[in-house]
Design a protein around this ligand. Structure first.
Ligand SMILES: Nc1nc2c(ncn2[C@@H]2O[C@H](COP(=O)(O)OP(=O)(O)OP(=O)(O)O)[C@@H](O)[C@H]2O)c(=O)[nH]1
Length: 110
């Protein structure tokens, strides 16, 4: 069976800093998976309602994404070989942040 993947939404617990290394390892494995080569990645940093949760810049750094994210808002990557990757911070329990992320992602899904 052939499964087509349109996008990957990867949720990181921004409060659980002890597990960032483990999370980065899993993310790296997905990012380097050949079958996902051109698939857009939305990275959600969850639980920002908790004080001391990592900031967006910290999460970018610990996930090894500094300088590799492709930009928020409307960024046309259609004529490039660049895979869309972006980080959005959210709180799923407070129902905030992820909407923006999914809206960003939707521009890259045919
Ligand atoms: N404060 C807060 N708690 C959340 C949020 N989202 C999920 N949780 C809580 O976190 C707890 C564990 O859920 P997750 O962290 O999603 O668990 P998981 O990723 O399935 O499990 P692990 O792999 O063990 O981390 C639950 O009690 C959720 O209610 C959030 O945005 N803010």
């Amino acid at each position: 069976m052939l499964i087509r993947v349109d996008a990957v939404v990867y949720i990181v617990d921004a409060f659980d800093k002890e597990r960032f290394a483990e999370s980065k390892k899993e993310l790296d494995a997905l990012l380097s998976d050949e079958s996902l080569a051109n698939v857009p990645f939305l990275i959600l940093g969850n639980k920002i309602d908790i004080p001391y949760a990592a900031s967006e810049d910290e999460l970018r750094y610990y996930m090894g994404l500094t300088g590799l994210t492709t930009g928020k808002g409307k960024v046309n990557l259609a004529d490039t070989n660049v895979r869309p990757v972006e980080v959005f911070m959210c709180s799923i329990v407070r129902k905030m942040g992820y909407g923006e992320g999914f809206r960003w992602l939707s521009q890259y899904i045919k």
